[in-house]
Write a protein of this length. Sequence first.
Length: 554
Amino acid sequence: MTLAPDALELRFAYGDYGLSARRLWEHTELGQVNVFSKAISSRQEFNDAAEFIDVVCFKGDALSLAGLTLAELKAGRFPLNSLLRGDSVLAGLAQAEDAATFVGLVAKHVDRCSVRLATRNQHRPFLPAAGTEDLFGVPLIFSTLQRRLQDLGKSKAGAEQWLKTIENFQKKGLRAEELDCSSLRPELMSLDEFGEQASACALAKLCCFKDIRLSVMPVVTDAQWQLRFGAVPGRTLRQTRRLRKPQAGQTRAVVGFDSVLGYRIEQVEHQALWGTDVHWQAVTHDGLVIGDDMKQTLFPIKESAVALAIAHAKLRFPKRLALGQWGRYAWTGGKEYREWLITLPYYPASYFSGHFAVRNVLAHVRCDIREGADGERVLLLQEVQSDWAQTARRAIALGFMKIHDEACPPFLKEWPALAIKLVLLHAVHQELDAVAWTRGQHQVLRYKGLGATGLIELYDRTLPREVNRMVKHLGCVCENLGVFVPTNFSIKQSESGYDVYTPENELLGTAQTLEKARQFAPDGGHELLYEVHGVRLSDAVRKAIRGSGFPAWG
């Protein structure tokens, strides 16, 4: 039995508490950022599985983090942000038999991950890794509150005076939500209690947004073909080692070779009383024969040896593909189609949308890179959406939720701006020439009129307005751009590269690159220039964005 995506929580029979391995699973299987204070060691015996299990609270079907791990609960260590304080009933439940079974299951998962030597991903990171100074978990997204306090340097005041100063900040554009999320208000209350003064730079260091640190991750799936056995190379391969004694004197011939990882399939022959006996075995790149759970290494059919090699490679060198799962709702002909999820892995509440099996997706962006009218490289946003914000707005309108409820996402009103800021940083990081997005009417046609009013508002009004607000001081504005889209044929990404199809969905050819795939376009095949919204990113603009970044709010 393994840790499955539909069995990541254990709910105790009594009370509203339980355990969850969801954040561990998302990290190991989906590439989510590691949210735990301890790294998942390459050697399982260094780890206690309880360190990667969250204690959670259930409210109906919803769950939220209690602010501590199972290991901390067992040791009686309760972090300051924990919702629990020495709950003896919960501590007793954590020792129950079903809890022990759950921990054992998680331990097996960590053990399996410990033999993983490398994960092969076919994508570049959305942004470079964040530094310790990046409060929101991504580079170049900063806190306006912190920077304004830093500008005041060593100025000192009491809590009451600082609150008045921050009120003045709000009159000049500081968002109230930023103050609420900064953890600074409790610090000021503590300061007021003792009648002390604090400097502005000291308060700036106390600004903390740990619960809303962001992570941007692609939608990944396991590759269907972990290995591809082809022709045997001309070079000499590593000698097969650790053969069983009964194999002595047998002849072996390599009949299949994977050029990436070096796995091979060998045909083994030896003479028996009734003639030549033929078997097959799987061998690693360093010559070790692979055995199954029963320690069997020789198989009567080649397919059994191939399946064993693939399972061995999947465990140690899993190949993940970032092709997404909603590519059918996108124009074909783009390069490097990705579905990026902007997530809140540290946020206490847990939200799950119907589109992605990932916790707390604040917003998602579906995009690809394609050629513009002047040959420029354009990052085209096929879709920008927040299921969480949409769900919350409906609940608030019906009176089922309040804006300050835990289940309500941060950036409720500003998620489009935050998404565009991250996209602009991504485009700058990739040295792209422009960012563009489809028009509202394109979206209306794609979804057959569903939600037409909201789609037109978002794509034709909100996104252009937000982009202009962000870049107008850099000397550029939102404008009409053109991107090429195939019309009487299609080019779709696949595990093999790029597949070219006729309008009748007949495969014309496959190539590893988009440029080579275009050679398979049918006679008379052409691409039209679609007019979309966008903003150009000159060298000067990219340099300016790298130098200044963007505020998280505003």
